[in-house]
Design a binder for this molecule. Structure first.
Ligand code: COA
Length: 205
């Protein structure tokens, strides 16, 4: 399965790999060597994510390794981000020079435990819908947006950023992001195939 979803920060490739061995064999040597060090579940998700990135780049030759914080290092001229959920991975790429991008994929379902107070500011909690199901979905969506933001800001900040260090105000499929991180941060989201898809871009003003 492969799909392309247009988002404001670039085209997202959504992918499920049917034949893991074939997908592994198509990756550059250095990526195959890294994949061999991973456990089975992690290897599957990593290979699916890397395959999605290579599809997005239309380049299966240049290896995409990770930096010291785990972010994918794209070929010169590109930035990009990956997310996995179960058998599915999503990847986004964007031309370098206009900040960093982040991406997150989450099932559009209420969280198994109530994480609202851990990940949302009091103002965000107060803005949640009233019904339990709608509230749960809204919490998962905000979680996805914040994880996408984290991936876009980490290359600048290179530190853990707490979930309540950014505040979201959703306006349709766009999002007003406020923080004291010293970066201009944009975020957007889509509902797609039973998942939340969130993308973000961060740039130093
Ligand atoms: C790193 C983190 C975002 C990963 O999210 P996740 O839901 O566990 O996993 P996902 O499948 O969505 O993403 C994993 C991918 O994130 C990428 N990633 C990992 N560390 C990263 C970093 N420091 N910066 C950017 N991308 C990173 C990698 O590409 C990884 O996949 P890969 O190892 O196969 O290449 C999450 O574990 C985390 O530590 N979050 C920090 C707190 C936070 O999100 N705060 C929000 C406030 S803005």
């Amino acid at each position: 399965m492969i799909e392309h979803v247009a988002m404001p920060h670039g085209s997202v490739v959504l992918l499920e790999v049917e034949d893991l061995d074939a997908a592994l064999a198509a990756l550059p040597d250095a990526e195959r060597a890294h994949a061999a060090t991973l456990g089975e579940l992690r290897r599957r998700e990593h290979v699916t994510g890397r395959t999605a990135l290579h599809v997005a780049l239309d380049d299966f030759t240049t290896p995409i390794l990770a930096d010291d914080r785990g972010a994918p290092v794209l070929p010169a001229g590109w930035v990009g981000s990956v997310s996995h959920k179960g058998p599915r991975a999503a990847a986004i790429i964007s031309p370098a020079g206009a900040g960093w991008v982040g991406l997150d994929l989450e099932r559009a379902a209420p969280p198994k435990v109530d994480i609202a107070r851990r990940i949302l500011t009091p103002r965000e909690q107060a803005a949640l819908p009233g019904s339990d199901d709608d509230r749960g979905l809204a919490v998962t969506l905000r979680f996805a947006i914040k994880e996408a933001i984290y991936k876009a800001v980490d290359p600048y900040l290179r530190r853990y950023v707490g979930f309540t260090e950014v505040e979201l105000e959703l306006a349709g499929e766009h999002c007003v992001v406020t923080s004291a991180l010293g970066l201009v941060i944009e975020a957007s989201w889509r509902a797609h195939g039973g998942h939340w898809l969130a993308t973000a871009r961060a740039i130093r003003p």
